[in-house]
Each structure stands twice: as structure tokens, then as C-alpha cells.
Design a protein around this ligand. Structure first.
Ligand code: SAM
Ligand code: SF4
Length: 461
């Protein structure tokens, strides 16, 4: 039996007539994480070589490739992903190192032992690479790694300076999915966020790439930015339909400390961004709008307009898929290790030139990582299934968590039956918080089960 404190409102939410806006006081961070233990820095190179030296023992498991391009022409005020300003010289040095890393990492037995199902070239702004670099990068990915016949190869970025010639080069290189950050189609919001280009241009480029009819085009929209209100948010949702793109992610703005936006708000140069209740209303508008227009829902915040958008990388990376990281600031996980590569350009280039892993942190993933990932991805899809949960856990975990699910149900966050926990609209808005709370309960109870076992073992001995 699990011990679950169902009167802890941080865990089960508040009993309120309006759980969408007020179930919890604030949203937890974007990632619900599990426990990991750090590998001593002096063992990192050896451990990673060991992990890649042999063919995967995990045959049949999903695997992806993530390549990071840490450059943007201008930093957006709300963004924490910014690393380096796009300069031709620096990007060319970086590209040379990236090519070396692709050659080196693809030469390991592990890399060649099974096909990759999805590749994501993300950033930063990968579309800031030149036409030639994009073509070479795509071709190198295709010629260096074994890929499944239907492998999704995504190029992330923005429409700024991504003209038809660049688009054609990227297609020629083999990219077959394009994800553009639009954030907002409102010019006041865009200007305040330091987004490049006016909305007419953004719309025109999107429509032109859609007309080209070569690959799925998807966009990101953000809600909660300064100057955003219900009126221009409605217009953003309508503009998504008008653009004709294949899919959309609706992300709520996460405010982080030390971002340019925070300073500008403090100095009175920008209005306050939306509070949690306002963002909840915007989420609701998004969900209702997508349902009204028959968009196919792929997760709590991602929709597709037709069948072309598959979003393979995003769904696999949230499960137990292994991810081989390439580039400064890239993160991944292989063979039970999670790793993050150095964000510092000099450190990264120096390491690659020496055929050393540019890893700044290597962690041994906890034994319950598969369970943690299964829970995160179920909450991200909006439904948790008893049979899948119990299968991954290896015991009747659904039953053990039932008091938590029932407390959530009485607070309007989920609907529970014998087979499924389905998130309500409110539960979808708080999905990351719910996933983290479920993981917390499991970890607390497995820790106490472990210490009870130690006490029993000691008593027996
Ligand atoms: C790493 S960015 C790359 C996109 C591309 N460089 C662009 O300019 O649109 C990927 C996405 O992260 C999201 N993002 C960035 N900052 C965020 C924040 N503070 N809160 C929530 N989402 C954010 C944006 O929607 C963005 O499209
Ligand atoms: S949103 Fe994109 S372009 Fe803007 S700073 Fe972040 S990564 Fe760079």
C-alpha cells in the first residue's frame, strides 16, 4: 500500500470551483524529472566510450539523433535557449567541428547497430545556417547514420532569411520536416519580444512553403507574452489556420529569472506578462478553438491539421528512446546514461578536435527511468492507461496510486475509471505538475519500501 497524503494540496490540488485556473498556485518547471546519480568527471570519457563501443543490446528500442545549432541572429526577450549571436566566422568554425563530431560519433559500433527513427536539428536557430551548410548537414546525416526508411528529419528555426533557395537546399539535403517558431502573429507582441520580421512576411513565407507541398511545416505559438491579450491570441489561433501549416504547438510562456524580459518589465519598459489564471484562459481558448476546427490532437499542447504531421521526435524523446547528442549544448541518453554536452564553444571545439566527448555532465539514469518516462509521456498525451503503467512498473502501480487519482478526480483534474486516468481540461493545463506529483509519490514510497526492506534484512541477519 502506498502512503499518500491526500490532504496535501501541493499534491492533489485545491478543491476549487475553478481548477483550471486555481488548482495549484503555480506551474512546476517544464520537465518532470527522475533521480539520477552523477558519474565522476575522470570516468566520463571511459564510460561513454564503453557505452558506444559495442552494438546496442537494446535492439528494437527507439533511437533518435539530436543535433544542436546554438546560434540566433537576435536574442528574443523571453528565451532561455539563446547561446551565441550568429556570426559567419563562428558558425563556420562550429560547422567544421560538427562535421568532425558526426564522422566520429557515427563510427562507433553502437551508432551503426540499429536505425534511427527521428533526427532533430534544433537550437537556437538552425535555419541561420547557410544554404550550403544545410545541404551538407542533411546529406551527412543521411550518409553517416543508419536511418529507418520513414525517418523524420526535422529542421528547426524561423522564417527570417529562410528564403526559397534555403528551403530547397534543406530539402535537397534530405530534411523532411520543418518547425518554425512564430510565437505570435501580432506585430506589437513581436516587436516587444524582439522577434524579427513583421507578421505579413511570416504569413507569406509559411504559405509559400505550404504551397511548395514538399514536407510538413509546423509552427510554435506562445501564450502569455507581454502585450498578448485574449483578442490578439484569438487572432493568432485564426492565423494558424489561415497559414495552412500542418501542425502547431501552443506553449505557455515560462518566465525564467535573469531573462531580458524580466529586466524590461522591472524597468517599466514592458507590461507584465500574463499571470497563471490568464494563461489558463488562453490554454482553454486554444483547446476549444482546435476542437471547433477539427484539428487532430497529438498531445496536450500539439495539434495537426492533417495526416502529414507525425511529430515522431517529440513523442519518442519523451519516452525511453535513446538520443545520441551532437553539438555544443546538446543533451541525450544512451545505454542508461544521460548526458549534456558543454555549451561553451571553445571547450566544445577543443574537445572534438581531440576526439574527446565534450560532456559537461554524465549521469547514471535511475533504474525507474523507464517508469518515469512512461508517466511523463502519458500525462503529455493526456491519458494514463492501467495496463501500460502496470506493465512498465512490473506491479499493480495503478491500484497503488488510486487514492491520488481519486483525490485529483474530486478536485476536477482527471476522470478515473477502471482502466484509464483521463485528464480534464484543467488536468491538461496542469499536466506537468500532475506527472511530477505522481513520480514524487512513487519515489517516496519506493524509498520507504527500500528502507523497510533494509530493516527487515538487518533483523533477519
Ligand atoms: C529553442 S526555440 C527555437 C525556435 C526558433 N529559434 C525561434 O526563434 O522561434 C523552440 C521553442 O521554444 C519555445 N520557448 C522559448 N522560450 C520559451 C519560454 N520562455 N517559455 C516557453 N516556451 C519558450 C518557443 O516557442 C520556441 O519556438
Ligand atoms: S526563440 Fe529562437 S531565435 Fe529567439 S532567442 Fe530563442 S532560440 Fe533564439
Amino acid at each position: 500500500m502506498f502512503s499518500i497524503n491526500t490532504s496535501d494540496t501541493d499534491l492533489v490540488g485545491l478543491s476549487t470551483p475553478d481548477p483550471l485556473r486555481y488548482a495549484f498556485s503555480r506551474k512546476k518547471g517544464a520537465h518532470a524529472g527522475g533521480h539520477m546519480s552523477a558519474i565522476a568527471p575522470e570516468r566520463v570519457q571511459e564510460e561513454l566510450k564503453g557505452a558506444l563501443r559495442f552494438a546496442s543490446t537494446n535492439i528494437g528500442a527507439a533511437r533518435c539523433l539530436y543535433i544542436h545549432i546554438p546560434f540566433c541572429r537576435v536574442r528574443c526577450t523571453y528565451c532561455n535557449f539563446f547561446q551565441y549571436a550568429s556570426s559567419k566566422t563562428l558558425m563556420s568554425q562550429y560547422f567544421d567541428a560538427l562535421v568532425k563530431e558526426i564522422r566520429w560519433k557515427s563510427s562507433f559500433a553502437w551508432s551503426q547497430s540499429a536505425p534511427f527513427q527521428a533526427v532533430y536539428v534544433g537550437g537556437g536557430t538552425p535555419t541561420d545556417l547557410s544554404s550550403e551548410q544545410l545541404k551538407v548537414l542533411g546529406q551527412m546525416i543521411r550518409s553517416s547514420f543508419p536511418l529507418t526508411a520513414d525517418c523524420e528529419i526535422t529542421l528547426e528555426g524561423r522564417v527570417n532569411r529562410f528564403d526559397t533557395q534555403k528551403f530547397e537546399s534543406a530539402l535537397e539535403g534530405g530534411f523532411n520536416r520543418f518547425s518554425f517558431g512564430v510565437q505570435s502573429f501580432d506585430n506589437t507582441v513581436r516587436l516587444a519580444a524582439k522577434r524579427l520580421d513583421k507578421s505579413d512576411y511570416v504569413m507569406d513565407r509559411l504559405q509559400s512553403m505550404v504551397r511548395y507541398n514538399a514536407a510538413p511545416i509546423v509552427i510554435d505559438l506562445l501564450y502569455g507574452l507581454p502585450h498578448q491579450n485574449l483578442e490578439n491570441w484569438q487572432h493568432d489561433l485564426e492565423s494558424y489556420l489561415e497559414s495552412g501549416v500542418d501542425g502547431v504547438d501552443l506553449y505557455q510562456l515560462i518566465e525564467m529569472k535573469g531573462l531580458p524580459m524580466e529586466r524590461a518589465v522591472e524597468q517599466g519598459k514592458l507590461p507584465m506578462p500574463a499571470d497563471t489564471a490568464m494563461k489558463a484562459t488562453m490554454f482553454q481558448m486554444g483547446v476549444e478553438f482546435m476542437a471547433k476546427h477539427h484539428q487532430r490532437r497529438l498531445s496536450v499542447n500539439h495539434w495537426a491539421s492533417g495526416n502529414r504531421e507525425r511529430s515522431i521526435y517529440n513523442s519518442l524523446a519523451k519516452t525511453t528512446a535513446e538520443v545520441l547528442p551532437i553539438g555544443a549544448g546538446a543533451g541525450g541518453n544512451i545505454n542508461g546514461f544521460a548526458m549534456m554536452q558543454s555549451r561553451d564553444m571553445d571547450t566544445y571545439i577543443h574537445a572534438i578536435n581531440q576526439e574527446q566527448f565534450p560532456t559537461m555532465g554524465l549521469m547514471q539514469v535511475a533504474k525507474d527511468a523507464a517508469l518515469t518516462s512512461a508517466i511523463k509521456s502519458a500525462f503529455d498525451r493526456g491519458v494514463l492507461s492501467r495496463s501500460r503503467l502496470d506493465k512498465v512498473a512490473g506491479y499493480s502501480l495503478f491500484e497503488a496510486l488510486k487514492p491520488l487519482f481519486e483525490a485529483w478526480q474530486s478536485n476536477g483534474l482527471v476522470d478515473v475509471d477502471n482502466h484509464y486516468v483521463q485528464l480534464t481540461l484543467a488536468g491538461q493545463f496542469w499536466s506537468v505538475t500532475l506527472a511530477q506529483n505522481a513520480i514524487q509519490i512513487i519515489q517516496e514510497n519506493s524509498k520507504s519500501a527500500l528502507s523497510t526492506q533494509v530493516i527487515i534484512d538487518a533483523a533477519v541477519a
